[in-house]
Design a protein around this ligand. Structure first.
Ligand code: FEO
Length: 164
């Protein structure tokens, strides 16, 4: 059965949004690397790769349902961070935005009685809980001891151990 057009278009857009997320996180990694914080940079590089995997899940889903994928231009991340706090805050805000996008696709699938897509989106709904938590943890940790050089160094070491 052909997919509902609105659901299909939202999923198609989401491919682009996930690649943009990867771009945003790469930009944040870039910011931290330039400051010499390789642990933070590594953490955001791993996050950028996760986002590419998310994009590919949506891409494969459209193909699996015999729908064409239309690839659009990926926006440049318009961010010039001035502080560590600004960078981690931007990531947290972005994840909240992505949760909202996933919820909107779910709402459209629900309206279209597209049960398969609702099931498929279940993984992303859980994943967004994780993504928001991870992003929020960094905001909280920086708020706790972002002013202390030694603690920041330890945090950088901890983040350098994030597995793929
Ligand atoms: Fe693909 Fe960070 O959500």
């Amino acid at each position: 059965m052909a997919m509902d057009k609105k659901v299909r278009d939202l999923i198609n857009d989401q491919i682009n949004k996930e690649f943009f997320s990867a771009y945003l996180y790469l930009d944040i990694a870039n910011f931290f690397a330039a400051k010499g914080f390789d642990g933070f940079a590594h953490w955001y590089e791993v996050q950028a790769r996760e986002e590419q995997e998310h994009a590919m899940k949506f891409y494969a889903y459209l193909h699996d349902n015999d729908e064409k994928v239309k690839l659009g231009a990926i926006d440049a991340p318009a961010t010039a961070f001035k502080t560590f706090k600004a960078a981690v805050d931007a990531a947290y805000k972005h994840e909240q935005y992505v949760t909202d996008l996933i919820n909107k696709i779910y709402e459209a699938a629900d309206k279209a009685k597209d049960y398969r897509t609702k099931n498929f989106l279940g993984w992303f709904i859980d994943e967004q809980g994780e993504e928001e938590k991870n992003a929020r943890d960094l905001v909280d940790k920086l708020a706790l001891f972002g002013e202390e050089k030694q603690a920041l160094y330890m945090l950088d070491r901890e983040l350098s151990r994030r597995a793929e």
